[in-house]
Design a protein around this ligand. Structure first.
Ligand SMILES: *Cc1c(COP(=O)(O)O)cnc(C)c1O
Length: 503
């Protein structure tokens, strides 16, 4: 029998909608979404504040083990270490995995050193191993089909992570006109016979809603089961995505302690460029585990639903989705917010059901005063397109540091936050993508882009103008073969899946 981890025999996962399901971590990772369409949450959070002092000198992998073992209690030490070692290896271009750069008086946590140059790699390099292990542990007979809607970065990171993993297939849907040229090329060149990439004629919410409906479609799931398949998700609603992200919040904090930038116990702020609310929620989980955090600045682009939510308590998705230069944040329904609603309501599943019902039927809900009071560690901000552009230029001119468009949203929200609050707490700005993933808009901010330049010429020019190096995975992209060229309408997702599985 394998040794239980963390001494927490009673750790289990439950649904935010309260159907009394109690499942293990590995089962939650296989299922993705609960049968009642709720999201899984851990039954409790282990408080690590007394242990922080012992963690300062751990490297990323060692720290990942310390954090993850508190949640993945049905994985053996050997299994979990295998997953961690397989994920955080030389796929990353730095041994630190998530290094920090000091820019002016602030810290930038760089989560873009993985194989696809965006923060999704932090979780999607490990999740395939967590899932593969889960399949084996649970003696699953069916093959798992990972179904993913992406606003750009998840898709490639998931494809890369799952490519050629045994007993798993992956289907990715992306908005055909809602991702950057480089993001699209990254996905379309994916290798692996178990991978399928489909562009949807619609926006990200169409893709996400389509995928969610498929998960809830009992007949379709039955049909798949008869064919020997079960569906799972690699979206940030999956625990296998969320939990690995908790690690870098601890790692960032401990790096600052180690470098004597802060003292153990000092509070810090985190500024997070936010879309589906997965990244920032992992930070909130870290705080629940005793990480000393003062504020989370939730940074949005022109799609400022979350800004409105944090300033008024009203979540209103009834508005036009705007396509911006930070496409991974072009989202009107931030799925992971449901997990925060669960926590700030004192884990009141009835309340969550009521709010989500309102969202589904009217497109809007309002939280009560008690819930609002529990949001005090959040501050909402947003940045317009013009501000994003100016911020990239300002930071580059001042510090020679090149921000991508998403990180620029965060940076400018932080400037606004300081102006508003005069808060001098040390602050970590979470950087979610390499500027080279969004070369055209980044170049346009610090210089000019000639219309005649193709995407790769733009990348070269960005490197010249900024005097920075092109990351390996982007440099080699132009030599890769296009392997996927399917598009479909937003009501054709199911038939595309069947076509692929029938092959
Ligand atoms: C996915 C993504 C985000 C948004 O993260 P969420 O977890 O969805 O809030 C921000 N920036 C980049 C570059 C991303 O890929």
């Amino acid at each position: 029998m394998s040794k239980k981890l963390g001494g927490k025999e009673n750790m289990y996962f439950l649904s935010t909608r309260g159907n009394n399901e109690k499942i293990t971590a590995s089962q939650a990772i296989i299922k993705g979404l609960s049968t009642d369409k709720g999201l899984y949450v851990p039954s409790s959070f282990k408080n690590l504040s007394e242990e922080l002092k012992n963690l300062v000198d751990l490297d990323y992998k060692q720290l990942a083990y310390v954090i993850l073992k508190e949640f993945l209690t049905d994985y053996s030490e050997e299994e979990l270490k295998y997953c961690i070692e397989s994920a955080y290896d030389e796929k990353f271009d730095t041994e630190k995995i998530a290094p920090i750069s000091k820019v002016g008086d602030d810290y930038i946590l760089e989560l873009y050193h993985g194989p696809t140059c965006a923060f999704k790699d932090m979780a999607l390099t490990i999740m395939p191993y967590l899932l593969k292990t889960a399949i084996e542990k649970n003696n699953l007979q069916e093959e798992v089909v990972i179904l993913t809607a992406t606003s750009g970065d998840t898709g490639k990171a998931a494809l890369e992570g799952f490519s050629d993993v045994d007993k798993i297939k992956i289907v990715v849907f992306f908005p055909e006109n809602g991702v950057s040229a480089i993001q699209k090329l990254q996905m379309k060149t994916t290798k692996g016979l178990n991978t399928c990439v489909v562009g949807i004629n619609g926006n990200f919410d169409d893709a996400q809603t389509g995928v969610k409906n498929i998960f809830a479609d009992e007949d379709f799931n039955k049909e798949l089961k008869e064919k020997g398949y079960i569906l799972s998700s690699a979206n940030s609603i999956n625990m296998g995505r969320l939990l690995p992200q908790v690690v870098y919040y601890f790692y960032a904090y401990l790096q600052l302690v180690k470098e004597n930038e802060i003292s153990l116990g000092d509070k810090v702020n985190f500024v997070v460029p936010t879309g589906n609310f997965g990244n920032i929620l992992a930070g909130y989980f870290a705080k629940q585990m005793g990480l000393p955090v003062n504020k989370f600045v939730c940074a949005s682009n022109d799609n400022n639903v979350l800004y409105d939510f944090f300033t008024t308590g009203v979540y209103n998705k009834n508005r036009e989705l705007k396509l911006t230069t930070s496409p991974s944040m072009d989202i009107l329904i931030s799925s992971n917010l449901e997990r925060l609603l669960f926590e700030i309501s004192g884990r009141d599943a009835e309340k969550v059901n009521e709010l989500i019902n309102n969202l589904n039927t009217k497109g809007v809900y309002e939280i009560d005063q008690n819930m609002k009071d529990n949001l005090s560690s959040f501050y909402g901000g947003y940045a317009t397109e013009e501000v994003v552009k100016d911020t990239i230029k300002e930071v580059f001119d001042k510090y020679g540091y090149l921000l991508d468009t998403h990180t620029a949203v965060a940076y400018s929200c932080y400037e606004k936050y300081v102006e508003d609050t005069k808060d001098l707490t040390k602050t970590v700005i979470v950087s979610t993508a390499s500027p080279y993933k969004f070369s055209k808009d980044v170049l346009n901010s610090i210089s000019s882009v000639d219309d005649s330049l193709d995407d790769f010429e733009i990348i070269d020019k960005l490197s010249d103008v900024s005097n920075t190096k092109i990351p390996g995975p982007i440099k080699t992209l132009k030599d890769l073969e296009i392997r996927h060229n399917i598009t479909c309408e937003k009501d054709e997702l199911k038939s595309e899946i069947i076509k692929f599985l029938g092959k």
